[in-house]
Design a protein around this ligand. Structure first.
Ligand code: IPD
Length: 273
């Protein structure tokens, strides 16, 4: 199995790196975009091109593999996760950043088998940050092994989280409440504007935890394995096991920190994927 995952990963990495050039061409921003679910949920031609390139290249190499891609789902494809090898793709995570030229956008690609992430690539071509992980083989930034921090208590933690790309009133109230909770109890809050890059920061040890309600499988499939291979944990924000289709995530450097945060969070349950 491990050598097969290596083969899948190597092919995917080549495609991700070459697709990264499409993003690099717009370092100062990509002002032409369309709206999706609401007026702060954007898609650009580059999102679509990157996704087509990845799905085209991977399906040619591995015809039996399945796909869940953000833009294919937006165009009506069903988000179905079976036990088969499935590539879960966010072609540009941080599209809002990409539009504005805020240099934290990435390609996020996870390989999920038996509903568990077994390989992940998060690539920010603008800052040349390549986060990778394969099951049982550790997590890496640009080829150097990375580890989560050892932080166990919220009072010592830097926590990344996002308001997300929805204007839903109930969700916004929850975001404000959680902001208050974390600001008053932790070291501070950060938001990179990309769910995948926030998770990568936890894997790197730069942030100690990250949570979000309303994310999608493509935002977290790669981050899940990268955080776990860096020694961290990925759970449901209420403290139970992580479910990739639940649209909820909490990852942290240690199980103690994850559980403590889960207890102070005001919860929100978006409709399941
Ligand atoms: C979004 C970003 C954002 C997060 C949203 C995601 P997209 O992904 O990761 O930071 O808050 O929940 O949907 O739309 O840029 O691919």
């Amino acid at each position: 199995m491990s050598s097969q995952i290596d083969e899948y990963f190597d092919a995917a990495l080549e495609l991700v790196k070459s697709s990264g050039n499409l993003i690099k061409e717009h370092v100062t921003g990509c002002k032409v975009f369309e709206l999706k679910s609401c007026d702060i949920d954007f898609v650009t031609e580059i999102d679509k091109k990157v996704e087509q390139t990845l799905i085209g290249g991977l399906s040619e190499k591995f015809p039996s593999h399945k796909f869940i891609g953000e833009e294919s789902v937006a165009d009506g494809a069903k988000c179905i996760l079976t036990d088969d090898p499935t590539w879960v793709i966010d072609p540009v995570d941080g599209t809002m950043n990409f539009v504005h030229g805020f240099p934290h956008s990435c390609i996020s690609l996870g390989l999920v088998i038996n509903k568990i992430s077994v390989a992940g690539i998060i690539y920010n071509p603008i800052l040349e940050q390549l986060f990778t992980a394969k099951k049982g083989q550790g997590a890496f930034l640009n080829g150097r092994q990375i580890h989560v921090s050892q932080v166990k208590e919220l009072r010592n933690a830097l926590v990344a989280f996002e308001a997300g790309t929805s204007r839903d009133e109930e969700k916004t109230k929850v975001v404000f409440e959680n902001y208050k909770q974390i600001v008053s109890k932790g070291h501070g809050v950060r938001a990179l504007g990309s769910a995948a890059l926030n998770m990568a920061m936890v894997a790197l040890g730069g942030a100690d935890a990250n949570f979000e309600f309303g994310i999608h499988a493509w935002d977290v499939a790669a981050g899940d394995i990268i955080v776990r291979e860096a020694g961290g944990v990925c759970i449901d924000p209420a403290g139970g096991p992580f479910d990739i289709l639940s649209r909820r995530v909490l990852c942290a450097s240690t199980p103690e920190l994850a559980q403590e945060i889960s207890k102070v969070l005001c919860q929100y349950y978006p409709e399941r994927e």
